[in-house]
Design a protein around this ligand. Structure first.
Ligand code: ADP
Ligand code: MG
Length: 259
């Protein structure tokens, strides 16, 4: 299954992506978690050690690698470069193995401002994303920022489901609506919302009513638990720090719904 997790900043994408990755890996799935957010913190949520994390270089800023892969021998870079560079060894070379066997790949952002810019870095990351979603045979979880434009049509068709995370706020629901439109436009087949940080039944009702207005289905409700936020402050994986949290239990239910 290929899963993309999106939504407004701060709603809990990384918490859900990392926790889901750990739970699926415990179930025996091969899991590849991809951090495609500029604030690369998926590693902590998965539970990698500080020393391991400090050694990670996001692929987006690995100029040497990008140059090596996109350069056409004998030609200067910039004028002409390879649009379909070799990427099938990248997971083995740059992936980092975390607890429960989760494999993490830190991509960094693929930003092109919607201008159709085709710089070598963009070509490399776009091709890598295509490879991860189309050719890999494991559970791939993409932790993405709200912008999903860089998931080109050919790639998006292979994303089985896109989840937008919302919290009880108009803004995050607006973002989800915008993402839904984009997602369906580029060919993603299924779209659903996960409501996170829900503290009261009023908040749950608010989110449900807003989503109904936009005909968006709600796949899971995850309660607010300050222990989850605390785990973030001390850079511990929530699933290790508070395994019995109701929020973790809710992510387990989300996994069941997904499967
Ligand atoms: N269910 C929850 N209850 C309490 N705090 C949460 C919950 N989910 C996420 N958080 C906290 O909210 C903050 C943002 O979460 P994060 O996953 O980094 O969001 P995003 O990746 O969408 O920017 C973090 O401090 C995180 O620990
Ligand atoms: Mg994040």
């Amino acid at each position: 299954m290929k899963l993309a997790i999106t939504g407004k900043g701060g709603v809990g994408k990384t918490f859900i992506a990392g926790t889901l990755a750990r739970i699926l890996a415990r179930d025996g799935y091969k899991v590849l978690a991809v951090d495609a957010d500029p604030n690369t913190n998926l590693a902590y949520t998965i539970g990698l050690r500080k020393e391991e994390i400090s050694r990670i270089v996001p692929l987006a800023v690995n100029r040497e690698l990008i140059e090596e892969r996109t350069k056409i021998p004998g030609l200067p870079l910039g004028g002409a470069f390879n649009l379909f560079p070799k990427v099938d060894d990248i997971v083995d070379r740059f992936g980092v193995r975390g607890p429960d066997g989760v494999m993490l790949l830190v991509m960094g952002t693929v930003r092109n401002g919607g201008t159709g810019c085709l710089c070598p870095a963009h070509a490399f990351l776009r091709n890598l994303l295509r490879y991860l979603v189309v050719d890999r045979d494991e559970f791939v979880i993409l932790d993405m920022e709200a912008g999903i434009e860089h998931l080109g049509r050919g790639t998006a068709r292979n994303v089985d489901i896109m989840l937008a995370v919302v919290e009880p706020s108009f803004k995050s629901i607006e973002t989800a609506c915008r993402i839904k439109k984009l997602a369906l436009d580029i060919g993603i087949r299924k779209f659903a919302v996960v409501a996170n940080k829900i503290s009261t039944s009023e908040e749950e009702r608010f989110v449900k009513e807003e989503l109904e207005k936009h005909q968006i289905s709600l796949l899971a409700v995850i309660p607010f638990d300050k222990q989850i936020a605390y785990a973030d402050m001390i850079k511990k994986a929530p699933i290790d720090y508070v395994p019995s949290s109701p929020a973790i239990k809710a992510v387990e239910l989300l996994k069941k719904s997904l499967l």
